[in-house]
Design a binder for this molecule. Structure first.
Ligand code: TUI
Length: 318
């Protein structure tokens, strides 16, 4: 599976591990990169010195390419960009905004820049600014989400830009990977499944919440704030929904959500914390080493593509 993204980044498997705030630390990212895919550190809202330490740990534990995901709404975004540039991080992905103003800084460090985009319009705008690829993320994802589904956004972005496209949202196994390739993607990004990697530092109760989730376990809250977030339904999402229904102000809602990510991810408060997870949570049933997750997904994708070839009576390339 040597796609344009593999050649662009020097990776063997066209698969990115999502840059999840609090959860995508060097322990997980290093294991993913060592297995031939792209591991990423999630900067989230973390201070710049934490991000630098994570990058240094990553460099100590793997010689393979890796990424840092910069969450553009972070209060520390400028300093985090500076750290990523100084540390010459090979791949920078961005989320939750338009990275246009940082493009020059990224380019000066030689980083490959790959933003998450929720629409064709933003993909086209960023292509003009010189990004190297785009991650088209569907609303099936965990965390901050756009409106379009993966099935709808990926082929439309593939048609609209002359860049490699990475598909994200709702992909958790090799069937999803094969489907994304069929839509024209050159790689996939997977988050939720990697929360249940052995190497992920998520609290065991967070992992359990994913493994016991069913297909309808996640909900989107925060639409009234302009920043919708998908998480597993619990006491906090119900309180949030009730507050939105009674017309709570954005300030009240922000206060309700403040500090709730680490409450779940680190301290295991799965009732009053935010358990960010995508719609494929219902498919994740066991904790596995990151390498085994990757090997299994690739084997399943190969098998699925073979099955499709048999189905059509064609060989790929005919
Ligand atoms: O960013 C994510 N997922 C996240 S960020 C996050 S922290 C957060 N929490 C609450 C509110 C906001 C952030 C938790 N999960 N995924 C990538 C992603 N990017 N999804 C959607 C977007 C996006 C949205 C708008 C990217 C660009 C964009 O552009 C708007 C513009 O300025 O043009």
């Amino acid at each position: 599976m040597n796609t344009a993204i593999c050649r662009l980044l020097g990776i063997e498997v066209p698969l990115f591990q999502g840059g999840m705030a609090w959860l995508a630390t060097w322990e997980l990212a290093s294991a993913v990169s060592e297995a031939g895919a792209l591991g990423q550190i999630g900067a989230g809202n973390a201070p710049p010195e934490w991000v630098r330490q994570q990058i240094r740990k990553m460099k100590e534990t793997t010689d393979r390419p890796f990424g840092v995901n910069i969450m553009l709404m972070s209060p520390h975004v400028k300093e985090v960009v500076q750290v990523v540039v100084e540390e010459r991080v090979p791949v920078v992905t961005t989320g939750a905004g338009n990275p246009g103003v940082y493009m020059e800084a990224f380019r000066s460090s030689g980083a490959k820049v790959i933003p998450v985009i929720p629409s064709v319009a933003l993909a086209k705008r960023l292509e003009r600014l010189g990004v190297d690829a785009v991650i088209a993320e569907g609303t099936e994802s965990g965390g901050h989400v756009g409106e379009l589904t993966t099935m709808a956004i990926v082929p439309q972005v593939v048609d609209a830009v002359d860049l490699p496209v990475i598909a994200a949202g709702g992909i958790g196994d090799g069937r999803g990977m094969a489907a994304a390739l069929a839509l024209g993607a050159e790689a996939v990004q997977i988050g939720t499944r990697f929360v249940c990697a052995e190497e992920c530092i998520a609290h065991p109760r967070y992992k359990d919440a994913i493994m016991t989730a069913d297909d309808r376990a996640t909900v989107i809250t925060g639409r009234t704030t302009g920043h919708p977030v998908r998480a597993i339904r619990n006491k906090l999402t119900r309180e949030f929904e009730a507050a939105e229904k009674r017309g709570a102000t954005v300030e009240e809602l922000e206060a309700l959500g403040a500090g709730r990510y680490p409450a779940a991810a680190i301290y295991g408060d799965v009732e009053r914390g935010t358990i960010l997870a995508g719609q494929i949570a219902g498919m994740v049933k066991e904790i596995m080493p990151a390498r085994d997750i990757i090997d299994q997904i690739v084997a399943e994708a190969h098998a699925m593509i073979g099955k499709l070839e048999t189905l059509t009576g064609l060989r790929v390339g005919d």
